[in-house]
Design a protein around this ligand. Structure first.
Ligand SMILES: Cc1cc2nc3c(=O)[nH]c(=O)nc-3n(C[C@H](O)[C@H](O)[C@H](O)COP(=O)(O)OP(=O)(O)OC[C@H]3O[C@@H](n4cnc5c(N)ncnc54)[C@H](O)[C@@H]3O)c2cc1C
Length: 263
């Protein structure tokens, strides 16, 4: 598993676990190397009534439009280790590979560290940095202040690609390309996965065998900081030994309860 050898169990590891050998799994051991081929194959083969496939297609075309409007130097992806931007990072990587096949440089990623980050999130962002060859633009503290520092320290950046979905708080008015609000540091917010559902994000991560933060396999369905995030109570169960456990995030059946572990 290369870079992932020391990391906590991911979905991909679980699929390889010995107890699962009786089932047939479409496992991709090199999902990042094969990103462009697999993503574009998915997009090219989807039918008009396939909501998931159409959402992936839409995300790819928003990213392609972004790459027409801005150079790679003018773009960074907002990456905090959450599931939405994990799916998005893979899409961005795939679209860049398709448009610039010989590109060897690093993609810029913005990571604003919260006051009390989960160590698992920190670790996952580092693993992703190495695996996707990211240049991390690292800040700490409030998002708004950090964006002010981003503008001052990296004046070439004009657009931030984000994993925001319409169901996120205060996001229902957003479009694929929306400037930040007038009282925020000015960046173009690029929102390729706005119309994705909770289930679409998990389908994408699991179908493409992408690594994701291990907290999601321990019942967390939406990640904030350590002081305001818990496993989702809807995923709780008691095992045969009477031990309280949590099912993985992708098993959550009611997507409206995604943030039930956050306060
Ligand atoms: C670039 C940017 C521009 C913003 N502009 C505005 C604005 O104009 N007006 C306003 O009211 N609020 C703005 N916000 C705040 C935003 O609306 C959310 O409040 C914030 O993203 C946290 O939401 P969440 O907890 O739901 O996180 P998420 O659902 O995880 O956030 C959605 C997406 O934002 C990005 N993101 C979130 N947190 C981070 C982080 N710590 N480091 C890097 N990327 C991150 C990721 O791409 C993530 O997928 C902005 C945030 C960012 C990162």
């Amino acid at each position: 598993m290369g870079v992932y050898e020391n990391c906590e169990q991911t979905y991909s590891d679980k699929e390889l676990a010995p107890q699962h050998t009786e089932s047939i799994v479409n496992y991709d051991s090199q999902p990042i190397v094969n990103a462009a081929d697999r993503v574009y194959k998915l997009v090219e083969s989807c039918s008009s009534d396939d909501v998931y496939g159409n959402n992936v297609q839409k995300a790819v075309s928003v990213l392609e439009e972004c790459l027409q409007k801005y150079s790679l130097d003018e773009i960074c992806i907002g990456f905090n280790g959450g599931k939405d931007c994990t799916a998005l990072l893979h899409l961005y990587h795939a679209v860049v590979k398709r448009k610039y096949p010989g590109h060897q440089g690093k993609l810029k990623a913005l990571y604003i560290k919260s006051k009390l980050p989960f160590p698992e999130v920190e670790k996952f962002t580092q693993i992703s940095r190495d695996k996707y060859h990211l240049e991390m633009l690292h800040f700490e503290g409030r998002i708004k202040d950090s964006l002010g520092q981003l503008k001052a320290n990296h004046p070439s950046i004009k657009a931030v690609i984000m994993g925001t979905r319409l169901t996120d708080p205060y996001s229902s008015h957003l479009e694929a390309f929306s400037m930040t609000d007038a009282d925020w540091p000015q960046f173009m917010r690029v929102n390729p996965v706005l119309h994705w559902s909770y289930g679409h994000v998990w389908k994408f991560l699991r179908d493409l065998c992408l690594p994701y933060c291990s907290l999601y396999d321990r019942g967390y369905t939406s990640l904030g900081s350590m002081n305001n995030t818990h496993p989702n109570p809807l995923l709780q169960y008691v095992d045969e030994h009477g031990v309280l456990k949590y099912r993985p995030a992708y098993t959550l059946s009611d997507p409206t309860k995604e943030r039930d572990g956050r306060n």
